[in-house]
Design a protein around this ligand. Sequence first.
Ligand code: UD1
Length: 431
Amino acid sequence: MDRIRIVGGAPLNGVIPISGAKNAALPLMIASLLTPETLTLENMPLLADVTQLERILGNHGVDFSISGKRRGETENAGRTVHFTAREIVDTTAPYELVSRMRASFWVFAPLLARMGECRVSLPGGCAIGTRPVDLLLMALDKLGARIEIENGYVVGSAKNGLVGAEIDFPKVTVGGTHTALMAASLARGTTVLRNAAREPEIVDLAECLTRMGARISGAGTSTIEIEGVTSLSGARHAVMPDRIEAGTYAIAVAMTGGDVLLAGARADLFQAAVDALVAAGAKITETNEGLRVARNGAGISPVDVTTAPFPEFPTDLQAQFMALMTRANGVSRITETIFENRFMHVQELARLGAHIRLDGDTAVVTGSDHLDGAPVMATDLRASVSLVIAALAARGETTINRVYHLDRGFERLEKKLSDCGAQIERISGQG
Ligand code: UD1
């Protein structure tokens, strides 16, 4: 297995291109199951999760092809990938394919909506607390599907098609909202989603579905109305920029100091985190090319944050922000309200000398003026990148093991950071 070696202490200076968003790319790829025509997605990130989902879709009969190089294109241009589900040849998503990534469960909705049946293994993915699918299934049940659990598989049927309904989510769920959007687009009649997720990735999916012929209004607010249509067509859509990747590198610059342009990043996609970073002492300016993040001289101020659904502070930046707070001039409180057990990075950060005390769903972080490099272990996607951030500011050398977690969600991380002056390299597992 590969490892990443970092020698801390260098400030970051330069340009970091922001890739297409993983959390938008995955549901957009899944939406290709809804139509026999070609869905072309531009700005696709090259990530392990994307490759794994290509495999899963391929098993259902989706052909995909990648456009060749274009004139003037740099290595930072996202790929353009064409997905065509002319015929769904298999409505089962097997355990071997689905168990590695939770979002792959979302194929359930389009398979059911288009084919009237499906069988999908219960999901795996990051080990961050129990992550059930009860609300996804509740939504499909409301749309008239019959749902049963058999030998670790969820089996859905809707022989006469899905029927529009009112769906009230008792809790905000991104996956539940994606699921309901896709299923309701091909249901008969009108569906109203209440307490829907407002995440920008939901808006991106809704825009793509609309290009495919769906009738959706209200995406980005908590009430979404969908007028079902009998079929959807192909379309062309560009994946939105990754706000979590942008937030992660913004936090890295706040941590190390320096001055970096996050090319293609948009502050409105993660304003709560931008505000927290400014409060911590970073200078953030919007430019035509993206966001410029700098921190010169002054130290890091402690800032309390609480994760919550969009537009509040994202849970996917919680670990990274905690890493930053380990170097603050004082005590901060970081509260996680979305996932239980999403504090696995705490004990690894402690190995680098961080002072963090857990108090229920809150981590109390006492900043210190230095961290020291050490061997650490990546435990999940966002936790592992928090270790990278801490290591960039630690004295001496840190090796991060199990970096396959990083490859799931961060495109060319070590290249993007080393181009800005970080001392970071990948050590191949073979060596
Ligand atoms: C998505 C993101 C993930 C992010 C999360 C919250 C993708 C691929 N993943 O995950 O990176 O951390 O949103 O912003 O986009 N819940 C239930 N029952 C359900 C579904 C969810 O109880 O059926 C709970 C979860 O346990 C969690 C909360 O609802 O406590 C929010 O989860 P959800 O928004 O569904 O997360 P994902 O869509 O899986």
